[in-house]
Design a protein around this ligand. Sequence first.
Ligand code: ADP
Ligand code: MG
Length: 701
Amino acid sequence: MNANFLQTPITYLKNVGPNRAEILRSELGITTYYDLLQLFPNRYLDKTHYYKINQLQPSGADVQVVGKIIHIKTVEQKRGKRLVATFMDETGQMELVWFRGHKWIRENLKLNEPYVIFGRIARYGSTFSMAHPEMELLSVHQKGLKISMQPIYPSTEKLSAKGITNRVLSQLVQQLFLESKGQFSESLSAEILHELKLISKSEALLNIHFPKSQDLLTKAQFRLKFEELFFVQLQLISKKLIRKQKIKGMPFSEVGQNFNAFFQEHLPFELTNAQKKVIKEIRKDLGSNAQMNRLLQGDVGSGKTIVALLCMLLALDNGFQACMMAPTEILAIQHFNGLKELLGAMEVDIALLTGSTKKSVRKEIHENLQNGQLKILVGTHAILEDVVQFQNLGLAIIDEQHRFGVAQRSKLWHKNEIPPHILVMTATPIPRTLAMSLYGDLDISVIEELPPGRKPVRTLHRYDSNRLKVFGFIKDEIKKGRQVYIVYPLIQESEALDYKDLMDGYESIARDFPLPDYQISIVHGKMKPADKDYEMKRFVEGETQIMVATTVIEVGVNVPNASVMIIESAERFGLSQLHQLRGRVGRGAEQSYCVLMTSHKLSEDAKTRLETMVRTHDGFEIAEVDLKLRGPGDLMGTQQSGMLNLRIADIVKDNQILKTARYYAIKVLKEDPALQTDKNQPIHQSYSRIMKDRTLWNYIS
Ligand code: ADP
Ligand code: MG
C-alpha cells in the first residue's frame, strides 16, 4: 500500500465516525490509518489458556475464564450504583462489576449460560473481581476465529467508558488490514532484510497485531524494533554528517605559544592517560575543518578543568577567544579562581562575568571582549546576553550541561559568524546506551579514570537507630581537624515536612555538638542568597566544622578538608543524586566517608540503590543501574529531549538491537549519504516521510 493510503484520516475507516475519531485522537493520538497501524499492542493474552477461578492470582493480569452468571444485583454506593454479578465455575466464585451500562447488561446477559469472560483481575478481600469484562457466550466463542494470542492494546478509562474496548480496537485494526489487503510498503533495503534475516514489513505488521505463533510474534517485534531504532539513528547520524560537511568550523591548526608554555612550565601534575586521550580526540576535531560539537563526560574529580583549559589555550594560539559557562555563580567563581591559579604567571587575560558583576566592570569586559584584548571569559548565563559580543569566539565550553537547555546552546552558536567549537562537560555519567540515542549526533569523549592517589570514599549504610554511633564517629573526625556535611532531602511535593525535618535535625545536631566546641553552618533554599553565601563561606574557610544543608550543595562546592558526608533519609534520594553528593568528599588527601542513613523500612528499589552506592564508585555503573531502575524517561536531560517517544523499542532492554541499528545506519549513510541508490529506495522513502512530519530531533539548532 502506498503512503497516501496510510495518510487517510481515520474517520474514513468503517465503523469510525466523528465521535470515535475524536476519542481516538484525544486518547491515543490517532488521526490517520498510519497511526492506527502503529498502535502496537502492549502485550498478548494467551487465548489457548482458560483459568479456573481457584487458579486466579491477584497479579492484575488479563485472563479468560469459563463459567456462568448465577446472580446479578445492583449495589448502591456514594456516587452512583454498580452492578455486581456472581460468576462461578466448578472451582469457585468471583464477581463481575459494571459501573455503567447497567440497563443493557441486565437486558442482554443470560443467567446460567456458559460464558467466556475476559479482562483484568483484581482482588478485594478474599474475592476476585473483574470490572467491565468482555464476554462471549461459550457457544459463540467456540465457533469464532481461533487466535492463540490476543493483542491487548493500550487503553484509558475514557476509551472504555466510550465503548472503545480492546475488542473494538482490534476490530478496527482488522478493518484496516482488510482495506489494505495487508500490503504495506517495505521500509528497509533487501540487503538489510537479508543480512539480519528480518521478516517483511507486511508480515511484521500482521503478526504484531494478529500473531500466528509465538515465533512469528518474536520475529515481528524484532523487525519493528530494529526499524524504529534504525530510523532514529539514521536521523542522528545524518545530522552529524551534515554538520561535519556543511557547518564549517574554524580550524585550530597551530599548537603555539600559550599551549606549549603552559604544558612545559605550568602543568601542576602529570596528565592521566584518560586526560591525554581526550585531549587528543578534541585536538583532532579542532584541527579539522568541521565545527566541533563534543560531549566530555568525566566523573566528579576526574579532572575535566585542565582539559578545558588546554583547549582554551589552543583557541588562543590560533587567534581566537574562548569562554566557559557554568550553571551557578558559585561554580563560575570556582572555575575562574581555579583557572587563574592554573595559569599562574602566564600572561593571559581572563575575566569573570556573572549576574552580580558590577556595572563598571561589566562595561569594561564588554569592551575588551569586542576589541579582542580579553581572551578568556568565565561566567554564568550572563555570557549569553546579547550585549556580550566577542571579537572572534572560537571555543565555548559548557560545564554541567543538563542545566542548560537547547535554546541556550543555540545562543552560543550565534555568538560568532562561524559557530564556535562547542565542548560540553558533564559529571553526570550518561550510560552509553542512552548517550547513543540522546546525543547520537554529538561526539563523545570519556575520562574514565581518576587521577592517581585518590582514596575512594568509603561508603556505609547505617540505620537511624545507630545515630549515636554515627555522631561519635563525626566527633572523632572533627577532632582530627576534618569537616562534615550532613544533608537532608528536600523534595518539592513534601517541602513543608522536609523543612521541618531539616530544622528538627539541625536542632538535635546543635544539642549533640554544642558551642563553643563545635560551630555549625546551615544552608537551605529558603535563606536569602546573601545569608547562604555567608554560611557557605564560613564552612569553606574552615570556621565551621559541620554543614547542615539540603541538596543545594549538590553541585559545585569544593572543600577538600571536608571528609565526611552524612546523607539523611538516603532512601529518598535518587542514585545520581547520591553519587553527586558523595562526590563532594574525597577531594583531599584524607580517607573520606559517606554514610547513608535510612530507616528500617526500605523498598526493593531503595535497597538496590543503597547497595549500589556501597558497592561501587563507578559513575557509569551507577548510571546503568539508575537507568534500569527508573527507565530512561526520568533520567536527567531526557525529559526535554522528546527523544524517547519510542513505540515499540526500549532503549534499555533492546540495547543489542540499538547497537545493530546504529551499525547499519552508519553503514548505509557511509555508502550512500543521500540514499540515492536503487537498493536504498525503501529506506529513502520512509525517511523522507519521517523527516516531513518530524517534530522531534531539532533540539540542537
Ligand atoms: P572535575 O572533573 O570534577 O571538574 P577537576 O578538574 O576539578 O575535576 O579536578 C579535580 C581535582 O583533581 C583538582 O584538584 C585537580 O587539580 C586534580 N587533578 C586533575 N587532574 C589531575 C592529574 N592528572 N593528576 C593529579 N591531580 C589532578
Ligand atoms: Mg568540575
